[in-house]
Design a protein around this ligand. Sequence first.
Ligand code: IPM
Ligand code: MG
Length: 382
Amino acid sequence: MDIRYEEQIKNCVDAYEKLLRGQLERAERMEKAAPAVDYTEKDRIVIGLIGGDGIGPIIMESAKKVLDVLLADKIRDGRCELRVIEGLTIENREACGKPIPDDVLTAIKACDVILKGPTTTPKGGTMESANVALRRELDLYANVRPVSVPEKGIDWTFFRENTEGEYVLGSKGVEIEGKLACDFKVTTDAGTRRICRAAFEFAKNNGKDNVAIVTKANIMKKTDGKFSRIANEIAADYPGIHAEDWYIDIMTANLVNEDIRSSFQVFVLPNLYGDIITDEAAQIQGGVGTGGSANIGDRYAMFEAIHGSAPRMIADGTSRFANPQSVIKASEMMLRHISFTKEADRLCKALEITTGPDAKVRIDGIVGATGAEYTDYLLSVL
Ligand code: IPM
Ligand code: MG
């Protein structure tokens, strides 16, 4: 072995030891976590609104208009507050060299739930994604993504683990220059238990009798092996629910296989597989602009569009055509999460009408309605 590498190897091993200790602490913190907040017991719920980057502020303006109307009474009674949080922009993040500026994080933590536009993440380098940092800082471990296409019999809910896997140390990999790079994937017992519990509880409470556990445990033996084993242990507590193990590669094929796809109901899967397959699923529903995404923890929850900040639409001047449906769908999920069920149902119905086959205003790239035109239509249906 070339002596030049010895020092680099030593540095990598030291870095790895620190990471391992940090992850062990995280695992132990999770084991001692407090029970989840009950929103029905709160006198006042603060909803933080974050614009984000690119098309984010444009689609978030639509969502805010919708929420202002839906929550007018509750805002007047002081039962709820819509609080705009500024400063989670790529310019600010780059200026302070942090994925979430400190003052922004403090403002976020003073809210109960957050509705957020997409944020830009630079490729390469070490700047962590704001999304990933928020999911970690607020411990939002369940990424819940529903996809439904009633006319095709599709009614799927994905429970994507949201705080570990390839993501938790995604910007902490090690490298031997000019030779190799090594990233880390982390799966904890407690982290797996809580996401699997969330998926099976959802199935039980929503009349579902099938949960697909999706991994690549034949290859990622330690991490995915653990995920699959623990998921099956949790499944044993739900005798009415059929749990089945699948590998992620064949599951991506299943979603486009019309013979079997409508038999799937609930999916539970590690972070990166969940990231990828939920884009595929959203595309089947009509595009990534149509999917809502809930990031749920025991103390906080954050709701967002499933897609990115679309810098291309800003660059080519077509951002007014950005589709706000995903972030509006996310608003519906948020209302449901905080037990504002009546308002959520009202929005759900309006979304169904305005995206259904008889819709009078249609978003369709740059040949359809603009986001603002669609929003006015939605408001008229509300
Ligand atoms: C998502 C997005 C994010 C992710 C990005 C923006 C960091 O793709 O929410 O699916 O990879 O989780
Ligand atoms: Mg994604």
